[in-house]
Design a protein around this ligand. Structure first.
Ligand SMILES: [Zn+2]
Length: 262
């Protein structure tokens, strides 16, 4: 039996902007890597498959793990397991990532969300080493999260949409209505890169370090992490919040008083 360090695996970070493909056994042992822009599924997946086919001529791979943008169907009993589902990204809806690579390469293919893939990496090699229950949050164009509970990556009726929690929004201090197409002023609608760009008319990277945007941003992110119910999918109550219906669809909870944030 090969030592774990001698086994080589394929890895794909399937992002909405670019695909990164690697072969290796750990972050310290990457034997090959390539990346290319995400275009249409046929072109993008063909490039990824060609990379792995070439690498497999040098050395066999044990399996491939894919961490992808979504939403994804991760229900092993579902007919569409392995598919990207209802993404707004043109052409990618109903693309089956698992079947595509399994058919072309002929070995096990595993799929999870990009944020769960990152959470797993943090637990194995990064900031969450030694922990079996934690969440991983990423703040970029949107805000997303993955995580682990009792040693298992979080899965359920739907992906935990951690960016779409509601945070206190002082409309006098911040009259920006929010950029989320579903909820307007959820955490993502107020604090994502997209929200910053829409509020200030500039990309976050072009805002100077002393711009008031940063204080507001850190305030929202701190409040997002401070909400007592974060990740717990709360039920109806006095919180301005959502509850998750059985179908996994988020709805805003009834308000005791009409929000000033409308
Ligand atoms: Zn939202």
């Amino acid at each position: 039996m090969k030592k774990e360090s001698n086994r080589l695996y394929g890895g794909i970070e399937a992002g909405g902007t670019k695909f990164v493909c690697v072969v290796g056994s750990s972050p310290d042992n990457i034997t090959a890597q390539t990346q290319f822009p995400t275009t249409n599924p046929k072109e993008t997946l063909s490039k990824a498959a060609a990379f792995f086919k070439k690498e497999m001529k040098k050395t066999p791979l044990e399996a491939i793990g894919i961490a992808s943008f979504g939403p994804l169907d991760l229900n092993l009993k579902s007919k569409s397991y392995g598919c990207i589902t209802t993404t707004p990204k043109a052409d990618w809806a109903d693309t089956n990532l698992v079947n595509t690579f399994r058919d072309v390469l002929g070995f096990p293919v595993f799929l999870d969300t990009d944020v769960n893939g990152a959470a797993l990496g943090e637990q194995k090699w990064g900031a969450a080493q030694g922990l079996d229950t934690f969440i991983y949050l990423t703040v970029g164009t949107g805000i997303g999260g993955g995580g682990m509970a009792n040693g298992k990556l979080m899965h359920g009726l739907t992906h935990p949409e951690m960016g779409h929690i509601l945070v206190p929004h002082d409309i006098k201090k911040d009259p920006f209505k929010g950029s989320c197409p579903f909820h307007k002023d959820c955490l993502e609608g107020l604090a994502s890169g997209m929200a910053m760009e829409k509020r200030w008319g500039k990309l976050p990277k072009d805002l100077p370090a002393d711009h008031k945007a940063w204080e507001l941003e850190s305030d929202y992110l701190a409040r997002g992490g401070d909400e007592p119910d974060i990740g717990a999918f709360p039920t109806k109550g006095n919180h301005r919040w959502w509850h998750y219906e059985k179908a996994g669809i988020a709805e805003r909870s009834p308000q005791k008083s009409e929000s000033s944030a409308q």
